[in-house]
Design a binder for this molecule. Structure first.
Ligand code: DX5
Ligand code: ZN
Length: 214
């Protein structure tokens, strides 16, 4: 299982230390959660923080934009060194145009679905996507409980990907721990985002390893 630890639960008083810890871990990517206080009822951090992380990170950056009008920030996200740009389906009126613009900017394009947005909403774009990010909590906060219906959505997405011939990978975000991670692995997830489970663990490196071994 690939793991993308979320810095939302990191120690912002010593981010340098936490990013270096991730560099030395079995993490495959670093997940960055950008919130604008409009699309979600919370505000996190913005471009200066992503740029700082990019300077020291040796892992690809997986940037999750929980913002309205994400299409207005594609070049800024690219200039921060993002490898993958995740935009919410619910935030994009012209999703196809936005996905093309992300790819034209040289990044991998991922579309994120809120828990109430059906997998079927991606039927006409799935072959264009590098990744789909399924939210297994309502976006905005770390440390929430996993919504069990997400397991069904992973299976539906897996089926849509195989029927369409899409190469998209399946990432899941929210309430991931060793228990829910095992269920997600069985359901067919490829990448797990984990914030609280990693950064509140006694030994974050060991937790990443255990999640990786699922
Ligand atoms: C939630 C964010 C998540 C968050 C996950 O809106 O998108 O990436 O950091 O946190 P945990 O793993 O604590 O549920
Ligand atoms: Zn996220």
């Amino acid at each position: 299982m690939k793991i993308s630890p979320s810095l939302l639960s990191a120690n912002f008083g010593n981010l340098d230390n936490d990013v270096r810890m991730l560099n030395n871990s079995l993490a495959d990517m670093i997940h960055l959660d950008i919130m604008d206080g409009v699309f979600v009822p919370n505000i996190s951090f913005g471009f200066p923080v992503i740029k700082f992380v990019q300077k020291i990170a040796t892992k690809p950056l997986d940037v999750h934009l929980m913002i309205v009008n994400p299409q207005n920030y594609i070049s800024q996200v690219r200039d921060c060194g993002a490898e993958i740009m995740n935009v919410h389906q619910e935030a994009c009126i012209h999703l196809h145009r936005t996905v093309q613009a992300i790819k034209n900017a040289g990044m991998k394009a991922a579309v994120t679905l809120n828990p109430s947005t059906p997998v079927s909403s991606l039927e006409d774009i799935i072959t264009e996507l590098d990744m789909v990010l399924l939210m297994s909590v309502n976006p905005g906060f770390g440390g929430q409980s996993f919504i069990p219906n997400s397991l069904k959505k992973v299976k539906q997405l897996k089926e849509l990907i195989s029927l369409s011939g899409s190469k998209a990978s399946i990432e899941v975000d929210g309430g991931v721990n060793l228990e829910t991670g095992k269920l997600l692995a069985e359901a067919g997830a490829d990448i797990l985002v984990a914030g609280n489970a990693v950064f509140s663990a006694q030994d974050p490196l060991k937790m990443i390893e255990e999640l990786h071994n699922l």
